[in-house]
Ligand binder design. Structure first.
Ligand SMILES: CC(C)(COP(=O)(O)OP(=O)(O)OC[C@H]1O[C@@H](n2cnc3c(N)ncnc32)[C@H](O)[C@@H]1OP(=O)(O)O)[C@@H](O)C(=O)NCCC(=O)NCCS
Length: 156
C-alpha cells in the first residue's frame, strides 16, 4: 500500500433511484434512507483510501436543505477531507435530480469520521493524503480543526 494517496484515488459517486418504498408518510423520501446512503458512500470512500475495512466513529453536520422526492435520482459524492493516524474525515454531498426536467437540487451535506481496522478489529494506520489544490488544503485545515474539537468534546 502507498504511504500517501491522492483525494481523487478514493472519491466515490453513488446513484440511487428513489422509489415509493423509500417514502415517509408525507410522500417524500425518509431522512433515514438518505442517512444510510450517506454513510455507505462515506464508508466506501474511507475503505478505498485505507484499503482496509472502515467503521463509522462520528457523524456531524448532517443537514437537510430541501426534501427529496420519490422519482428523483439521488447522487452522493464522497471525498476525503483529512486523515489522522487511523481516522479519516469524509465529506458527502447529496444532490437530487428530477430525471424528466433535469433540474438538480443540493439536498444534503454531511461530514463523517471513519476508523480503519486491522484483521483483529483494532484501529490501524491509514495512508497520508496528498493535497493537490487550494480547495483540498482548505478542507484539510478545517477538518483538522473539527477533529480536534470532536476529541476535546469526547474528553469532557
Ligand atoms: C473504531 C474503534 C475500533 C476505535 O477503537 P478505539 O480503541 O476507540 O481507538 P482509538 O482510541 O485509538 O481511536 C481511533 C481513532 O478514532 C479517533 N476518535 C476517537 N474518538 C473519536 C470521536 N468521538 N470522533 C472522531 N474521532 C474519534 C481517534 O482520534 C483515533 O484517530 P487517529 O488515530 O487518527 O488519531 C472502536 O471505537 C469501535 O469499534 N467503535 C464502533 C464502530 C462502529 O460500530 N460503528 C458503527 C457501525 S460501522
Amino acid at each position: 500500500m502507498p504511504d500517501k494517496k491522492r483525494v481523487a484515488d478514493s472519491e466515490v459517486s453513488l446513484h440511487q433511484f428513489m422509489l415509493p418504498q423509500h417514502a415517509n408518510p408525507l410522500g417524500n423520501v425518509h431522512g433515514g434512507i438518505i442517512m444510510k446512503l450517506v454513510d455507505e458512500a462515506g464508508g466506501l470512500c474511507a475503505m478505498r483510501h485505507a484499503q482496509r475495512p472502515a467503521v463509522t466513529i462520528a457523524i456531524d453536520s448532517m443537514t437537510f436543505h430541501s426534501p427529496v422526492h420519490v422519482g428523483n435520482l439521488l447522487t452522493l459524492k464522497a471525498s476525503i477531507h483529512y486523515v489522522g493516524n487511523t481516522s479519516m474525515e469524509v465529506g458527502v454531498r447529496v444532490t437530487a435530480e428530477n430525471p424528466i426536467t433535469g433540474e438538480q437540487t443540493h439536498t444534503n451535506s454531511a461530514r463523517l469520521v471513519y476508523v480503519a481496522l486491522d484483521d483483529n478489529g483494532r484501529a490501524t494506520k491509514v495512508p497520508g493524503l496528498i493535497l493537490e489544490n487550494d480547495t483540498q488544503r482548505r478542507r484539510w485545515d478545517a477538518a483538522k480543526e473539527r477533529q480536534a474539537e470532536r476529541l476535546r468534546r469526547e474528553k469532557e
